[in-house]
Design a protein around this ligand. Structure first.
Ligand code: ATP
Ligand code: PRP
Ligand code: MG
Length: 286
């Protein structure tokens, strides 16, 4: 029987859509939705399990699933023994302490002897211990931001992204204790065949991520500007330079990193480039 790798994904929530999209971009097809809790891929040796995110680190530790996608916040809070094999760059958020907007704040020691509501008692407890603050942690499983307005706690520690949930609950963020993104976790004892499948999957994920982080660039420039332009956009190995029909001009094709994009474009124009086209890349393999 062919080995399948079992991959646990969040059934429905903040991680789901991007997780499904990632596998789609990796060319791995499987059915999901319509109440399905399990699905075997039609074109990759993988079986997908659709679960609550909090259960994923435990299933991966126990080997019920071989791999899982989960928020780093949940993985660390769970304290399960799993390995982080790749950072996925989506579902970015932070775990922050917040207090009512009307309250003053000078430092973390303001929380001495106070009650803090959170779904992350371990992460919060460790942070408070590091800071030498003694406070009471009230663990609640959701709707944490409501706690101060119902008299349950003076502060909360919860996930923040845009900050709109804090704002609409009359709270302000005062301290960030952890930054998180989705991660791919694996069981600590994958066998050789599973390791091979994981490597195949990682190869595809890296190609998809590299493509997202880079753009294909085409431009025209007078021949005497080409050396400067090439030094600004060296590309994967070296840019392609082809002559234009117009005497003394060439077209340069290369790859440019998204992070330095605007700065680079300005420098390229200053060096003499014209007619610059920038095109998304679908997959990028080094
Ligand atoms: N507002 C947000 N923006 C970006 N990422 C977020 C946001 N909220 C949560 N996340 C990340 O997504 C993960 C899942 O969040 P979600 O709110 O879907 O969890 P949940 O309600 O516990 O879901 P489940 O029903 O599966 O238990 C979080 O652990 C965190 O890593
Ligand atoms: O800073 P913001 O952009 O407002 O995001 C933060 C909120 O997002 C998450 O909840 P979610 O909306 O996923 O609902 P949930 O509480 O049901 O998980 C999280 O628990 C926060 O409450
Ligand atoms: Mg959950």
């Amino acid at each position: 029987m062919t080995t399948l790798i079992r991959i646990a994904l969040q059934k429905s929530g903040r991680l789901s859509e991007d997780s499904y999209q990632l596998f789609k971009e990796c060319g791995i097809r499987f059915d999901y939705g319509t109440g399905k809790l399990k699905s075997v891929s039609s074109n990759f040796p993988a079986e997908f399990l659709f679960l609550r995110d909090d259960d994923i680190p435990g299933y991966v530790e126990d080997g019920v699933a071989d791999l899982g996608i989960v928020g780093e916040n949940v993985a660390v809070e769970s304290a399960r023994s799993v390995q982080t094999v790749h950072r996925l760059g989506f579902s970015k958020c932070r775990l922050s302490i917040a207090i009512p907007r009307s309250e003053s704040w000078s430092s973390i020691s303001d929380l001495h002897g106070k009650n803090i509501a959170t779904s992350y008692p371990r992460l919060l407890g460790n942070y408070l211990a590091e800071q030498g603050v003694q406070a009471n942690i009230h663990e609640i499983s959701g709707s944490v931001e409501i706690a101060p307005s119902i008299g349950l706690a003076e502060a909360v520690c919860d996930i923040v992204s845009s900050g709109s949930t804090l704002l609409s609950n009359g709270l302000k963020e005062v301290e960030t204790i952890f930054r998180s993104e989705a991660i791919l976790v694996a069981n600590n004892t994958l066998n050789d065949e599973q390791q091979v499948i994981l490597e195949k999957l990682l190869f595809r994920i890296k190609a998809v991520q590299a493509a997202k982080n880079n753009k294909y660039i085409l431009l025209n420039a007078p021949n005497n500007a080409i050396p400067d332009i090439i030094s600004l956009i060296p590309g994967m190995k070296s840019p392609t330079v082809v002559p234009l029909a117009m005497e003394g001009w060439s077209s340069v094709h290369s790859v440019i990193n998204e992070n330095d994009f605007w700065e680079n474009i300005e420098a390229i124009r200053a060096a003499g480039a014209q007619g610059i086209l920038v095109i998304p890349i679908e997959k990028m393999i080094n």
